[in-house]
Design a protein around this ligand. Structure first.
Ligand SMILES: O=C(O)CCC(=O)C(=O)O
Ligand SMILES: [Fe+2]
Length: 373
């Protein structure tokens, strides 16, 4: 049986051939961006276990990172390297399975708990993105394809639980702009903690109970799937977008390709060894009435080996209505967003073309524009 060519037969989407909402990947206006260039670095161990003064500073830095960048790296998160590697390998195996082994998930709808496909949502994409993906609802209940069997093994489960716990902790702490604990909990729309943060690693599964979805992506290079050499070194893996959840945790297989926008400039993001990237999502922007920004990011592919990323998206539970917290709205400033059920928001974002931060308009309060005379 042949390996599944998840990409369809149309021409690949290469530099300079990209039209529509997103500019072609430019080679000159991208700067590389690592810790020395200012990407905030958050030390998770200090955040949860540090002495009071160091912890207070780490929490302040986290708040600033969410405000200034909507993007940061997390070190000392406690997720074992072998767990990540084992999960990567298993996801790679899944992508290599023959099509018939995963057929039941290929036509899945955006809100189905397991979905396998290409691009973002190929029905709506309109163009080619060089990405194969598996999307799964992951926490509190892990949904995953039956094959390869290792996928439902405790390793993948624990990976998802660990990242959910770490992400939820960060999300909760990043709510330090909210004055009271009760408010924080309400704003995040998930259950109260059952354990002190110090116990997070041993009780990852039950620590927080956010709703989490996971996805694995393989960004394969057009160079190895076309007979003629490509004109440009890079092609699109995913166009510019912000994520629909609260916070996204991302780790990759050592191949870079994630770009993040800040102050109108795109930067290549290079992680410190072993670090996660964390990307603020639309729900954080909504709940903070725009104070924290969902970060605009995109992915490019090029060359070998193929890039793999695994993402855990930390979200409110599906039926929570997410809205700005009143005390965050300064006097005289109106609400930027209305309350929207997270399930509806997610379905909207997942069913349409990726369009920068366009999905947020679904929740944005439309102001009357004064008629011109
Ligand atoms: O893997 C990447 O670089 C980006 C993935 C991403 O943005 C997403 O899955 O939403
Ligand atoms: Fe994303």
């Amino acid at each position: 049986m042949a390996e599944t060519p998840l990409h369809h037969s149309a021409d690949p989407f290469l530099d300079g051939e990209h039209s529509g909402h997103d500019p072609a990947v430019p080679s000159s206006d991208i700067s590389t961006c690592g810790p020395d260039d200012g990407i905030p670095v958050v030390d998770f161990d200090i955040l949860v276990n540090g002495a009071a003064d160091r912890r207070a500073k780490a929490i302040r830095d986290l708040g600033r990172a969410c405000e200034d960048w909507g993007f940061f790296m997390v070190i000392n998160h406690g997720v074992p390297e072998e767990l990540k590697e084992a999960a990567m390998e298993t996801f790679m195996e899944l992508f290599s399975l023959p099509e018939e082994e995963k057929a039941e998930y290929l036509e899945a709808e955006p809100m189905d708990p397991i979905r396998i496909g290409t691009g973002f949502f190929s029905v709506a994409d309109g163009v080619r993105y060089w990405r194969d993906y598996l999307k799964m609802f992951a926490h509190p209940e892990l949904h995953c394809p039956a094959k390869p069997p290792k996928l439902s093994s405790s390793r993948c489960f624990y990976l998802s639980a660990f990242t959910a716990a770490a992400g939820a902790t960060i999300a909760w702490l990043s709510g330090t702009l909210l004055q009271s604990t009760r408010r924080r909990r309400e704003a995040c729309c998930w259950c109260s903690p059952r354990q002190s943060p110090r116990a997070w690693a041993s009780t990852a599964v039950e620590f927080w109970r956010p709703w989490t979805s996971s996805r694995a992506s393989r960004f394969s290079s057009p160079n190895i799937t076309r007979r003629t050499p490509v004109r440009a070194a890079r092609a699109w893996g995913l166009p510019a977008h912000s994520d629909h959840g609260f916070l996204t945790l991302l780790f990759q297989n050592g191949v870079d390709g994630l770009q993040v926008e800040r102050d109108g400039r795109w930067r290549f993001a290079k992680p410190l060894p072993g670090a996660f990237f964390v990307i603020a999502g639309d729900q954080l922007e909504i709940v903070s009435n725009g104070r924290y920004r969902g970060a605009l990011h995109r992915a490019v592919v090029g060359g070998e080996p193929a890039r793999m990323s695994v993402v855990s998206m930390i979200s409110p539970c599906l039926d929570a209505v997410v809205e700005p917290v009143p005390e965050l709205v300064p006097d005289g400033r109106g609400l930027e967003f209305r309350g929207v059920r997270y399930r509806d928001y997610m379905e909207h974002q997942q069913s349409n073309k990726l369009d920068g931060k366009g999905a947020l308009d679904f929740a944005r309060v439309q102001r009357d524009i004064a008629p011109e005379n």
